[in-house]
Design a protein around this ligand. Structure first.
Ligand SMILES: Cc1ncc(COP(=O)(O)O)c(C=O)c1O
Length: 324
């Protein structure tokens, strides 16, 4: 069974949404989802020439609101990456945010959602170049529950696939084609019976999870691979470091991490928009601490879910609240 859409509430919401007309933003307007179709010759399809974001919106039932978490930061990252790939989006930061709010309203969601903006190149040349005629932007939303199990303490392996180096395809770009790398690691890990995988860099130091960042806890301190370890500079990673410091008084050390430090860790967890905060119980069949989610991970997880649901006023500037 896939981990996606595991939660029964999201499953129910997804069934309901099958009956409801859903919209996507495509070619400059909101259109029924089934009308948003790409030309087979599109370079995003042919070569993975696209940049994307994954944003979550949390349903707050007592207020009948959706709290979209750190939308601005996701679009800021997308816009920075557009510069790397010669993409010139027509919409600016404010317009992208407003469009997202409009689409969520239009789709009348009443469950947790996933929001997927994509910038891509359009044109009919078969040359895998970035010099296509135009940069397109599309956006869709869908109900989504847990991506990874948050409770059990995941069993993960160190992948024998290495993370793509910055000078090949930058991991920090969140480029569509780069997720072939993720797909290899996660598929092989699951075929071997693990829940997910940890990538090493080409140099053999710890990088990140297949589609999430990684934190270790050693001697009461948080430890995470630095930004130059071929990672995506995660919005959640930044969130965790901020919460750990401000709410728990814990510093995070960002540095190069050796593989065997994974086996020395007292606790470990993945984090990301999709993954949220997911405890790791075993790495390469070795228990991490007790093998169960540890106390600091639990505290961070609890804080994170309060913050994303806009329950801590000091972080409400991170939440865009949309009335259902
Ligand atoms: C490869 C990779 N690393 C890390 C992350 C976490 O990034 P963020 O917290 O911005 O979602 C993601 C996306 O979720 C990812 O795809």
């Amino acid at each position: 069974m896939t981990n996606e859409l595991k939660s029964s509430t999201a499953g129910a919401a997804s069934q309901a949404s099958e009956q409801k007309l859903e919209y996507a933003y495509f070619h400059g307007k909101l259109v029924p989802f089934q009308d948003a179709t790409l030309d087979l010759r599109n370079p995003a399809f042919l070569y993975g020439i696209s940049l994307f974001e994954g944003i979550r919106g949390y349903w707050v039932p007592e207020k009948r609101q959706i709290s979209v978490f750190r939308m601005k930061e996701h679009y800021e990252r997308l816009l920075k990456n557009s510069n790397v790939f010669y993409m010139t989006p027509e919409l600016n930061l404010d317009e992208l945010c407003q469009l997202t709010v409009d689409l969520i309203r239009k789709n009348q969601h009443d469950s947790d959602i996933y929001i997927r903006p994509t910038l891509y190149k359009s044109g009919e040349s078969i040359t895998p170049s970035l010099e296509y005629t135009s940069t397109e932007f599309c956006l869709w939303t869908k109900p989504m529950g847990e991506y990874l199990d948050l409770e059990k303490g995941l069993s993960v392996c160190v992948s024998n696939w290495r993370r793509i180096p910055d000078n090949s395809i930058p991991a920090r770009a969140k480029a569509g084609g780069a997720y072939m790398n993720t797909a290899l690691a996660v598929t092989d890990a699951r075929k071997m019976g693990y829940d997910d995988a940890i990538f090493l860099t080409g140099d053999g130091t710890v990088s990140e999870g297949s589609a999430m960042n990684l934190f270790l806890i050693r001697d009461g301190k948080l430890l995470t691979p630095s930004k130059t370890e071929d990672i995506l500079e995660g919005v959640t990673r930044h969130t965790i470091m901020t919460l750990a410091k401000q709410e728990l008084g814990l510093d995070t050390e960002e540095r190069t991490i050796d593989r065997t430090e994974l086996y020395h860790a007292d606790e470990a967890f993945f984090c990301g928009t999709g993954a949220q905060v997911a405890a790791i119980g075993h790495i390469d069949n070795r228990p991490v601490g007790s093998g169960k989610p540890g106390p600091i991970t639990r505290q961070i997880q609890e804080l994170y879910f309060k913050v994303v649901k806009n329950q801590l006023p000091q972080y409400s500037h991170w939440c865009t609240v949309i009335d259902a």
